[in-house]
Ligand binder design. Structure first.
Ligand code: CP
Length: 306
């Protein structure tokens, strides 16, 4: 059974195929309206979400399928102590495919190991968020026309920001990609990414504390929120939460065709004064998330039937 737990579960060619399918869905939505009739997705969200859950549900509805699930563990038997494994075994009796978000790293893998239907990781703790990365890649293709030869700045909470971890892993597979990693000392990328991806694959990268000094060289600026829910200490969060705020003054130094991405939700790290700048792609990015999830659901259900 094919699952998507980590972005590396997809080859680069498969990722490109998903982007092609999503691009076709954008142009020819009517060709896809009945592709999943009589199919159900279960969205099991143990952690809050707006975009990911609703885009999975919209994706399945636009494919002609239907949706079951819960948006908070408190409204399921999880609140009585049921394990992820038992929950998934149960839900797979009712659904053809499962999307799960959980605050614990590895929970989606546990779900996959216990599921007879495809499982999609919709975010596991500070670890991975592969469908956000597919969304990010589709956004970069739609906005820049390519996934190669790009200088990508990742700014903010690079330690706990699971979307950055998956993005670096995915973009490291394309030629000519260079990373500028902008964070406070306390929130630098985890060692497993620095050694296991960037150094091992000889990907050019720099680590810096300064957005002001880096912004002019970037093709993509990937802003992230400081992840309050991952801090053990409130004082540390308060000290670090406003480390970077993208304002019109700062943006004035960026390339005219740079694109700003953000997985959202935004807290304070991008001034709303930027929202109508053509470089601000983050709400277009939300829209692309539905199309790439449609492509992914189609692929995993097709493979499950083979
Ligand atoms: N980008 C993202 O995962 O947003 P939600 O937390 O709203 O799903």
């Amino acid at each position: 059974m094919r699952h998507l737990i980590d972005i590396s579960d997809l080859t680069r060619d498969e990722t490109n195929e998903l982007i092609e399918t999503a691009s076709d869905i954008i142009v020819n939505p009517d060709n896809y309206t009945n592709k999943c009739s009589r199919k159900k997705i279960a969205t099991l969200f143990y952690e809050p979400s707006t975009r990911t859950r609703l885009s999975f549900e919209s994706a399945m509805l636009d494919l002609g399928g239907s949706v079951i699930g819960f948006s908070s563990a408190q409204y399921s038997s999880v609140s009585k102590g049921e394990s992820v494994a038992d929950t998934v075994r149960t839900v797979s009796c009712f659904a053809d495919i499962i999307a799960i978000r959980h605050p614990k790293e590895g929970a989606a893998l546990v779900a996959a190991m216990n599921s007879p239907v495809p499982v999609i990781n919709a975010g596991d703790g500070g670890h991975n968020h592969p469908t956000q990365t597919l969304t990010d890649l589709l956004t970069i293709v739609r906005e820049k026309g390519r996934l190669t030869d790009l200088t990508i700045g990742c700014c903010g909470d690079l330690k706990f920001g699971r979307t950055v971890h998956s993005l670096i892993t995915a973009m490291a597979r394309y030629s000519g990609v260079r990373f500028v990693l902008i964070s406070p000392d306390e929130l630098v990328i985890p060692e497993y990414l620095r050694n296991g991806v960037l150094k091992r694959e000889n990907i050019p990268y720099v680590e810096t504390r300064s957005l002001d000094e880096s912004i002019a060289e970037l093709d993509i600026l990937y802003m992230t929120r400081v992840q309050k829910e991952r801090f053990f200490n409130e004082a540390d969060y308060v000290r670090l939460k406003d480390s970077y705020i993208l304002t019109p003054d700062k943006l004035a130094h960026a390339k005219s065709d740079m694109r700003i991405l953000h997985p959202l939700p935004r807290v304070n790290e991008i001034s709303t004064a930027i929202d109508y700048d053509p470089r601000a792609a983050y709400f277009r990015q939300v829209r692309y998330g539905k199309f790439i999830r449609m492509a992914l659901i189609l692929k995993l259900l097709e493979e499950a039937e083979e």
